[in-house]
Design a protein around this ligand. Sequence first.
Ligand code: AHR
Length: 662
Amino acid sequence: MAGAGVPVKNPFLLSALALCLLLCAAAADPALTITVETDRPGTRINPAMWGIFFEDINFGADGGLYAELVKNRGFEFPDPWMGWSKIVPAHGQGSVEMRDYDPFDAANPHYLRVTTGFFSKGLGVSNEGFRGIGVQDGAACNFSVEARALAGKPALRIELVSGDGHKLASAKLGRFSFRWKKYTAQLRAHATEPRAHLNLIVEGPGTLELDMVSLFPADTWKHRANGLRADLVRMLADLKPGFLRFPGGCIVEGRDLANRYEWKNTILDTADRPLKMNRWNVEFKDRPAPDYFESFGLGFFEYFQLCEDIGAEPLPVLNCGMACQFNSGELAPLYRLDPYIQDALDLIQFANGPANSEWGARRSAMGHPAPFHLKYLGVGNEQWGSPYVERFAMFAQALKRLHPEIQLVAASGPDPDGERFDFLWSRLRELRADFVDEHFYRPPEWFLNNAGRYDHYSRTGPKVLAGEYAARAPNRENNLQSALAEAAMMTGFERNADVVRMASYAPLFGRADAWQWRPSLIWFDNLRVFATPDYYAQQLFSRNRGDVVLPVRQDGPASGPGSHPTLFASATRDEKAGEIILKVVNVSTNPVEAGLRFDGVAQASANGTETVLTAASLNDENSLENPDRVAPRTRKATVTVPDSSHIFPAISLTVLRVRAKH
Ligand code: AHR
């Protein structure tokens, strides 16, 4: 996958950049000038500024980031047969049945019994995986199962079989105890297949009972058992995210309170984590997902571990006693809010408490005695109205008294403006929330017209977490247009980094064959993954964050054909590298030449770099088949001081890095 630092391959870009080189060298006298006031450094940028937001939507966790390949491994879906089918040979004797008497684990009651006769051959079950099971040629998969043999000496044949019936790998287990016990085997496929299935065949005679049937690629992220898909985590790590907001989203709220996210259930043994229907299972009538459930195999411990792995500050969001107001809107009465607040207090102890505290000990027992250094906590997701204010106030009172070190993130509803939004902002200001979480899913044009939104925000009071945003055009995937619209807005975040202290795009993942919501930042199927142009915009901002904001001025004819400017710009200084970073979005369909001034710079190195994200058309997008159609390219750039000029290619995001002496 191409990224920052990759040489130019695209012929369109080659010619655009060659032209740019010529014109830059000519130091023309353009009407428009961009001035970076390096002698007037502004606010220090939060190192956690550019983050990511993860929710189990679009099969983002189960069937996605969580690398388990077996769907309904514990037979605990409401229909215990979902994902499974019986393999009954034409002349076989015996039976395959679901049972729940005397299970291996009372919290996981359903299991499978297979009884085979003397002449049975090939009796068993098959799991379809998540729209199939993806296996790579030569790659190992780790199989495990809880089993007991009640009669005879049955053996278990485990097979990975391709969509057209070819055996790709097999292993055999035998000598089963009559007590429940975990058995393991490794399978290595001899071909790549995106839609294999897993067959379990009991060879008799005898009675064999099976539960928690699991198959993971051996090559999970950091080779962890119960691990995450390495290719998907790499995509996250490559963003160098400053924080990870998890586990949602609406998923935190639940359609009703019984279905809210409860973090304590997600740190139990994996077999004990109580399954829930994923709210996106039924949310959209036109995108039903009847087999979408949350196993919580990716639970809070794994989220914290992921944050640590990728260097992101954890930002968990907890239910505040309110179910989704688009669904039931169920409220926990104020006199029954204590358990919700206690969950928050216990979470802080789970993350930060010493290993001999009650919840710190749980973390330690899971293999992490050291704290996770939690600093931020979200109270509710997209809540609104006075019921939210009342509940947030109770959370804040208890949490601030015991944990003044934790910064609380409050909700501002689902919209970035309007009565509900204004009401919440004024009340949250009074309540001295640390952060207000703003969400905007709006058309690209809205982003261009609102890129200056924070230029006029109050400099006092709560800071802004732009916790969910995406430029959405109806029925469109992400493309260059949405990426540039978001990038334009992000220049506004950056210019106002004293107000907008954190920002994350949403949603993060979309499973190409099982999504409910689009656009999304990263798309995948069983074996492949690709970044959208919007991902690259995020990456360019995050990887070129800088430490201090530098004011930027545009002089000259700044307006384009619409009501918004043609160029959107922001600048920062990277203190360690001694570089000025200038980000410019050109939304015009023509290249724009601008004069560049760096006030306060005595000398600039000729060895700057220029990274450009552009394409032939605003509609250009990436896909599983063509993942790098729109990707950033980096080349050397020469910038002279104090005056220079630069061509910003048509429909582009440019990041210029210039080494400068003062
Ligand atoms: O990102 C998808 C959804 O959008 C989130 O769950 C919710 O917070 C918002 O409405």
